[in-house]
Design a protein around this ligand. Structure first.
Ligand code: SAH
Length: 344
């Protein structure tokens, strides 16, 4: 029983079982999700006896920061957290003018196998629980003293491959009785699993959805992402349209530019045709080369040209600012190097 993964009404029921009134459950919920304490001993309005019972029956999930790296360029901080089974995950705090954003992991490792990504090399070890996702944000807010206003589920893992925990996480994160980060300030990035996208559309938690598109057609997409062999791009695009229709949230498409693979002018034109009629925003991402693969970053002129073509077709497009490039902030690289080291 992971007490930090429970909704308030579930916590009330759980506390009832040990003879505690509803208001106690509310106090505990507030300690966990508003005051973000890391132990029962800090819950000073509970009796010592109750704290001992809780310790015994409901061990708290608290992530332990084992390493952090601070970017000298832009203040981005990358954290490496140890889970209770000694596995490690990483999360990133990015400071923007409009507020602080945390990028969290949704799984330990990933089984999607994207060819350019460091997070997937060792496969998926396990899913993260809702409380492990929440606690990445809670610990970062406590350690850094910075208020977190935006959350992006873009770290290691495929969030829609851990669907139930993801939905639980979002509901607790956006609960007005908790840390209260509104769904509008939460972005979930997916490699594109059509039935899960539709399911999420029906949950009535209107988060921003981002698709890791990375190609203007399925032929090229297959070379980069094994998931494209399972689902036709047209199915994924239909599911995204449905998401927009249900939630009214503008869609985001992420497109990693990779030298010689998807960065030609004809690709930009094909992409514009693919996105015609979508209320969307395209994020162009210069690929971050990883040492295990030979992909190269497209040069900045080419990226600019690509952007200009999309703009000509009246598509909203930005080139993603590279945050924390001096600390390897991208995609599983700190975790990977930590594990390479500790296994030697
Ligand atoms: N599984 C989800 C979320 C995690 S990946 C997804 O696929 O969207 C988060 C983003 O980082 C994705 O857009 C992914 O394609 C991108 N990414 C992975 N490796 C990268 C690299 N080496 N350089 C740039 N972006 C990368």
């Amino acid at each position: 029983m992971d007490i930090k993964s429970l909704y308030l009404d579930e916590l009330i029921n759980e506390m009832k079982k040990i003879g505690q009134p509803a208001f106690r459950a509310k106090q505990i919920y507030e300690w966990l999700h508003v005051k973000l304490v890391g132990s029962y001993d800090e819950m000073t309005n509970l009796s010592k006896e109750l704290r001992n019972t809780l310790k015994e029956h409901y061990p708290l999930t608290v992530l332990e920061a084992v390493d952090s790296l601070v970017s000298e360029k832009d203040g981005t901080i990358k954290y490496l957290f140890r889970l209770k089974d000694d596995r490690v995950i990483e999360s990133v705090l990015m400071k923007y003018h409009h507020g602080n954003s945390v990028c969290i992991s949704s799984q330990v490792g990933c089984r999607m196998g994207c060819t350019f990504c460091a997070s997937t090399i060792g496969g998926r070890e396990r899913d993260l629980t809702a409380s492990e996702m929440l606690d990445q944000i809670y610990r970062i807010q406590m350690i850094s003293g910075e208020r977190v206003s935006n959350v992006v589920v873009m770290g290691t893992g495929e969030p829609l491959d851990n669907y139930d925990n993801l939905v639980r996480f979002i509901r607790i994160l956006s609960d007005s009785a908790g840390i209260n980060i509104s769904a509008r300030n939460i972005t979930v990035s997916t490699c594109g699993i059509p039935d899960k996208i539709r399911q999420l559309a029906d949950e009535e938690i209107p988060v921003t959805l981002a698709l890791s598109l990375h190609a203007p057609n399925n032929e090229i997409r297959k070379k980069l992402m094994p998931i494209a062999r399972q689902y036709e791009l047209s199915d994924v695009m239909e599911a995204f349209r449905y998401y927009y229709e249900r939630t009214g949230r503008r869609l985001t498409f992420e497109y990693c530019l990779t030298e010689g693979i998807n960065d030609e002018e004809e690709h930009a034109r094909e992409l514009s045709r693919l996105l015609r009629g979508y209320n969307c925003h395209v994020n162009l991402i210069p690929i971050n080369p990883i040492k295990e693969r030979s992909f190269l970053k497209s040069d900045s002129n080419k990226i600019q040209k690509f952007k200009n073509i999309l703009e000509k077709y009246r598509i909203n497009v930005t080139i993603r600012r590279e945050m924390g490039s001096d600390i390897n902030a991208a995609c599983g690289q700190l975790r990977k190097s930590y594990m390479d080291h500790s296994s030697k």
